[in-house]
Ligand binder design. Structure first.
Ligand code: BGP
Length: 484
């Protein structure tokens, strides 16, 4: 007889923690042999409330490379994690973290991307970080590429637009897997791989001055090279360190139809397909049919080598990770404007939004988790979620009840999804210690449980100060999500 049985709680080994990226925390951009990366040549956005990575051209990159200050480039400063990792990891341990997501900057290990030998000082830094995590029994979750390709690969071969970048990347990943063998249980290849449809910051490929169709052609070709590199890295990991698992990483944004009109429902489905395309390739190991029409209509032809499809098919990822900040809305008369990226899109009258217009949708997380689990039947991992806000430090305290409300509502929906039967490995909220924002390159869009005394111009003591949310998250982890 069928006996209904469903879980009510987070699994005992649920991985609670936080997530960061090298270029948003480390600083020390030119120390110990590190080479400049793509993130560190991008200036602050001029309109700070807009999702904008700024214009990047070959001339702007050459000027940035020649500029040896950090004045205009906050991602060269980070929050000084490079020198404060022990204090920061101790704070994470105090909150009870089980896992810490960070990226290993390719440019610290191979300063030019394809140097003959790895930079020993770069490997030594991550040895120190991982040893500190081991001291507190915190598991590392390592992103191999989080918007930080060595900039010399852009200048030399236009980043991922070149097939030669696959070999450079897989030498980097082989070096990392061999060096850290047995110490890193979870890896991710490319952070928010779908944002490659936006261009430079993710693909490291310049395409200014091209027509819209030519840009799409170049970006999807660059992404094809990343898919192949990701599959080859997965194969390497399974050979070099068989106990470790590889995940893909998507900026997941569910698109709702503006009305029940079938045309709107179809438009929403198509927008969603262009978002899920990336995970479809990385988890199922093949290009989905629905993209053929899109490619044809946009005159896109993906150049593949004979083995590429077999390599993708043989090496799918072990688990699926994604960031979740918002959902969006579309209608047929908007076209499929969303184009699978994170543009904040159409407004939903039922949702509140953050000061940056990101529509806050905790129930959407339950919907997303169920849909992803149904589609792939592979374990899921939420590797980013959180509220960017302009916190105020008053009398040495930050009362961030709005952040607690945001996180609580999302964690409640995760619990519901687990009761729905979703297999969820863990949750790493974004930016546990305040860091530089990806889209604004500013310090003042903060996500953390710990306030960092630094302003947008880089002034401040860099002192770490616990916000109200710090004690709250410690309680959540200690009770394994029971006490929210
Ligand atoms: C994701 C990125 C992160 C990050 C986060 C918050 O897109 O993977 O790097 O910063 O979003 O975005 P922002 O910093 O722009 O608020």
């Amino acid at each position: 007889m069928y006996k209904p049985n469903y879980p009510h709680d987070f699994p005992q080994d649920f991985l609670w923690g936080g997530a960061t990226a090298a270029n948003q925390i480390e600083g020390a951009w030119n120390q110990d042999g590190k080479g400049l990366t793509t993130a560190e040549v991008v200036r602050r956005a001029s309109d700070r409330k807009k999702m904008s990575m700024g214009d990047v051209t070959r001339a702007s990159i050459e000027a940035a490379v020649a500029d040896t200050t950090d004045t205009h480039y906050p991602k060269r400063r980070g929050n000084d994690f490079y020198h404060r990792y022990e204090e920061d990891i101790a704070l994470m341990a105090e909150m009870g973290f089980k896992v810490f997501r960070f990226s290993i900057a390719w440019g610290r290990i191979f300063p030019n991307g394809d140097d003959p030998t790895p930079n020993a000082a770069g490997l030594a830094f991550y040895d120190r970080v991982i040893s500190t995590l081991e001291k507190y029994h915190i598991k590392p979750l390592v992103t191999l590429s989080h918007y930080e390709m060595p900039i010399q690969l852009t200048l030399k071969q236009n980043g991922w637009a070149s097939r030669a970048t696959i070999a450079a990347f897989t030498r980097f990943t082989e070096t990392v897997f061999t060096h850290f063998k047995g110490r890193v249980p979870y890896y991710l290849t490319f952070n928010e791989i779908n944002t490659g449809t936006w261009g430079f910051h993710e693909t490291g490929a310049l395409d200014d001055g091209l027509s819209a169709d030519a840009q799409l052609q170049l970006r999807y070709q660059a992404l094809h090279h990343q898919f192949v590199a990701s599959a080859l890295a997965t194969k390497q990991l399974h050979t070099i360190d068989p106990a470790a698992q590889m995940g893909c990483m998507l900026a997941r944004m569910q698109t709702y139809p503006a009305t029940p009109k079938p045309e709107d429902v179809l438009a929403a489905q198509q927008a969603d397909q262009r978002n899920l395309f990336f995970t479809d390739v990385q988890a199922r190991g093949e290009y989905p049919e629905y993209m053929n029409r899109y490619f044809a209509e946009h005159h896109i032809q993906i150049a593949m080598q004979p083995d590429d499809q077999a390599v993708l098919k043989a090496n799918p990822v072990d688990f699926i990770s994604f960031s979740y900040y918002m959902t969006t809305v579309t209608a047929a008369d908007q076209g499929a404007a969303i184009n699978g990226n994170m543009a904040t899109g159409g407004r939903n009258p039922y949702l509140k939004e953050s000061a940056w217009g990101w529509q806050i949708d905790p129930i959407g997380l339950r919907i997303t988790l169920n849909a992803m689990w149904d589609r792939y039947r592979k374990p899921l991992f939420i590797v980013e979620n959180g509220l960017g806000a302009e916190d105020k430090l008053e009398d040495g305290q930050v009362h961030d009840s709005y952040r607690i409300d945001y996180l609580r509502a999302h964690i409640q929906q995760m619990k519901e999804a687990i009761s729905d039967g979703v297999c969820l490995l863990g949750y790493t909220m974004w930016g546990p210690i305040d860091l530089i924002s990806f889209s604004t390159s500013e310090m003042s869009k903060r996500y953390g449980f710990v306030y960092v005394d630094q302003d947008d111009e880089g002034h401040g003591s860099l002192r770490r100060i616990k916000k109200d949310s710090f004690a709250w998250y410690r309680k959540v982890i200690a009770s394994n999500g029971a006490d929210l």
